[in-house]
Design a protein around this ligand. Structure first.
Ligand code: UD1
Ligand code: UDP
Length: 371
């Protein structure tokens, strides 16, 4: 199993847990080191109870080519030595595509968890990573029906695609109780539903001063009536430091938060404004109104069934979406199979695919497995 960046850790944790202790599987974790600050990596191992990785490649930051190449260069000898049955990659970050390409060229199977999502926006680096990974994956585990539809349209064989649910939501369900006892709200002096939460890290939103200025303008206007807590991603922190940008009052900048503290604030927020992929999914399950500061999403089910709305990236579009949300908050409807059992379903699919017998009491035996 390969992980490297913050959103990978919530996805590997429940899958590793589901595979642990099952005699059919031995899991070896490789951390690429794409994210390396304690508050972007180590904290999540502690919060989610992920065992230390057996291999740490320590690639660090760089341009896309440098980072992707460095992951490939460093992971190749490890995979060549281990020769696992399969390499499991999750999500859409550079670590995902890099590890998948190396594995496949060594003749090792690739399993992609969270396959098939498409924003249809090829200016997003993640969209390139998704397309590349899915094109070579042997087994594709999808979170929502759109994933299956997209993969079938791209010519992936139907028997390689399995709707298993959402691993990130497994993590949410496994840790929500603990998150609710976090004291972060007290530390920050905020009460439930009386604040909003902001996260921003898409290059398209934060790398250019003009675009970032539009978003900050909207956040400033919202913060006049709803204080906004903003744990700032390191990419964005660097952009704010480099640019001559004045921050509106009412916007409270924080360091990136650990998983439990963030989940606690997110679950009790009145509103979340974000360009994160995973947070669109979490707010849907938590029933918290979410404005996605983008023009598209690769997670359409969060709009069709969930609490998510596309708000665009201009001051006027974001404020219009906020007014709309105040008038008609979204009703919570949880997408099919986002029930906390995606890890178990993934394990059963892996068993079937690699010809391992199902164990007694498995989901498969009870005919609960995804169609
Ligand atoms: C990456 C993923 C993105 C994902 C995001 C989650 C790719 C192409 N992008 O974007 O899909 O949504 O992670 O958070 O894989 N930095 C630090 N400390 C760290 C990590 C990063 O300071 O621990 C800074 C560095 O200045 C670095 C910058 O953040 O250059 C960007 O990091 P990088 O991993 O390249 O991309 P993200 O924007 O984090
Ligand atoms: N998250 C967190 N602390 C923060 C911001 C986000 O723990 O300060 C969690 C969030 O709950 C979700 C995940 O990080 O589980 C989303 O990761 P991110 O937004 O970095 O990546 P994306 O989902 O956009 O790829």
């Amino acid at each position: 199993m390969v992980a490297g960046a913050r959103p990978n850790f919530m996805k590997i944790a429940p899958l590793m847990k589901a595979l642990a202790g099952d005699p059919h599987f031995e899991t070896i974790l490789i951390h690429t080191g794409q994210h390396y600050d304690d508050n972007m990596s180590g904290q999540f191992f502690r919060d989610l109870g992920i065992p230390d990785p057996q291999y740490h490649l320590e690639v660090g930051s760089g341009s896309h080519a440098q980072q992707t190449a460095e992951i490939m260069r460093r992971i190749e000898p490890v995979l060549d030595q281990l020769r696992p049955t399969a390499v499991i990659v999750v999500g859409d970050v550079n670590s995902t595509a890099a590890a998948a390409m190396v594995a496949k060229k060594l003749g090792i199977d690739v399993v992609h968890a969270e396959a098939g999502l498409r924003s249809f926006d090829r200016s997003m680096p993640e969209e390139i990573n998704r397309i590349v990974t899915d094109a070579i994956a042997d087994l594709l585990l999808v979170t929502e029906e759109s994933g299956r539809t997209n993969l079938l349209r791209e010519g992936v064989a139907a028997d390689r695609i399995h709707l298993v649910g959402n691993l990130m939501i497994d993590s949410l369900q496994q840790h929500l109780e603990r998150a609710r006892s976090s004291d972060i709200a007290d530390k920050l002096g905020v009460r439930g539903r009386s604040y909003g939460v902001v996260t921003l890290h898409r290059p398209a939103n934060v790398d250019e001063p003009e675009g970032l200025g539009e978003i900050l303008g909207a956040l400033g206007a919202i913060a006049e009536t709803l204080p906004l807590l903003w744990p700032v991603h390191p990419r964005t922190r660097a952009r704010l430091a480099n640019q001559d940008i004045s921050l509106p009052a009412g916007l409270r900048l924080l360091e990136p938060l650990g998983y439990l503290d963030f989940l606690s604030l997110e679950a009790n927020a009145k509103l979340v404004l974000t360009d994160s992929g995973g947070i669109q999914e979490e707010t849907t399950v938590l029933g918290v109104d979410c404005l996605t500061l983008r023009d598209n999403t690769e997670r359409p089910v969060t709009i069709e069934l969930g609490t998510n709305r596309l708000a665009g990236t201009k001051r006027t579009t974001i404020l219009a979406a906020w007014e709309h949300t105040k008038r008609s908050p979204r009703k919570k409807q949880i997408p099919p199979l986002w029930d906390g059992r995606a890890g178990e379903r993934s394990r059963e699919v892996l068993r079937q695919f690699y010809g391992r017998p199902a164990s007694k009491g498995s989901l498969q035996e009870h005919r609960l497995a995804a169609p």
